[in-house]
Ligand binder design. Structure first.
Ligand code: EPU
Length: 304
């Protein structure tokens, strides 16, 4: 950042120069120059308000499991560090956005609540899952989400029920400087043994079809309507294509894995090659499902 950050921003807990290798599951990327970690909603609000006042762009980081960082990131990065308490009211569970997504699904199962089984294998934070409308096995967050709290880009706190147009396949409107703070899911009373059995089945399915023992960022490309990106990449003969330590997984072609020392540049090149070959072979343009951060990329459609 060439200009100094305002004092009100620097009052929010923060760290300097944290490698993205430690902040993402894929384990590549440069340095996070400014990592802000508010421990309360008030601190998070102070962060967003200060940035809004200064017209300072910022990025929001969750569990880093669906993110490929290609450079050092100079703009302030916000990662919530709220206490991870889950509140139950009847069949509803409310948790802070930084709560572990898998941990929340497990807490629901242990409480005998059914509805989050689909989430039990999806890593990352709850906020990231809401922001992406994460899903698996035909279910997604919008199926269970009843309320959510977020900060507007101006730093106003809003709590509301989801409305049509706000969530779609792997997409929500919670970008553009909006910050998810917490979410409530409405679940059904269920038999803990049956919930556990369903979770075990999903885990087994994922474990056999996805390279979960290697560092990865989940599926890299969105499924084009009516098609499977994994199958298209597979049919293009790209499984096992490797650049340095970055490889198209031989287990599931829509996963790129880091064998240990891959660099951001290797991943960028591998993604380009996959996209180009799938276009040549199938005439289909693949769109990233993972979020990609580069220092010079527009932060979101409206510049944040
Ligand atoms: N397939 C291949 N070759 C491959 C991979 C898959 O031929 O290398 C075929 C499979 O045999 C199957 C079809 O493609 O017939 C679909 O594959 P799969 O069941 O693995 O599901 P997917 O569409 O590739 C989606 C989500 C996953 C989620 C699974 C399970 C997307 C982009 N992917 O994968 O989500 O775990 O369904 O519900 O929506 C993620 O979002 O990061 C992610 C991994």
């Amino acid at each position: 950042m060439s200009r100094p950050l305002p004092d009100e921003l620097l009052k929010v807990p923060h760290r300097r120069d944290v490698p993205f290798a430690r902040l993402t599951t894929l384990g590549v990327g440069g340095l996070c120059r400014w990592l802000f970690e508010p421990t309360t909603e008030t601190e998070a609000q102070a962060f967003v308000r200060a940035c809004a006042r200064e017209k300072l762009p910022y990025r929001v980081l969750g569990g880093g499991s669906n993110l490929v960082v290609l450079d050092d990131i100079e703009v302030p990065v916000l990662r919530l560090a709220f206490p991870k308490a889950v509140r139950r009211e009847g069949g509803s569970l409310t948790a802070p956005a930084n709560h572990g997504h898998i941990a929340l699904a497990e807490a629901a199962g242990q409480a005998g609540l059914s509805g989050l089984e689909f989430a039990s294998g999806i890593p990352g934070s709850l906020g990231g899952a809401i922001r992406m409308n994460a899903g698996a096995y035909g279910r997604e967050w919008i199926d269970v989400l009843t309320r959510y709290r977020f900060l507007t880009p101006e730093g106003d706190l809003v709590e509301k029920a989801p409305e049509p147009g706000e969530f779609r396949y792997r997409w929500s409107w919670l970008t553009g400087g909006r910050v998810v703070l917490s979410a409530t899911a409405v679940l059904a009373e269920g038999d803990p043994a049956r919930i556990q059995a369903q979770v075990a089945e999903y885990r087994q399915k994922r474990g056999t079809s996805q390279p979960l023992s290697k560092r990865n960022a989940g599926c890299i490309f969105k499924n084009p309507p009516g098609q499977s990106a994994g199958r298209l990449i597979d049919q293009a003969g790209l499984k096992g294509l490797r650049i340095g330590d970055a490889e198209v997984s031989p287990e599931h072609a829509n996963f790129l894995v880091n064998h240990g020392h891959a660099t951001a540049a290797e991943f960028a090149e591998l993604m380009d090659r996959v996209r180009t070959r799938v276009l040549e072979t199938h005439g289909v343009e693949l769109e990233s499902e993972v979020e990609i951060w580069r220092e010079d990329s527009p932060l979101t459609a409206d510049g944040r």
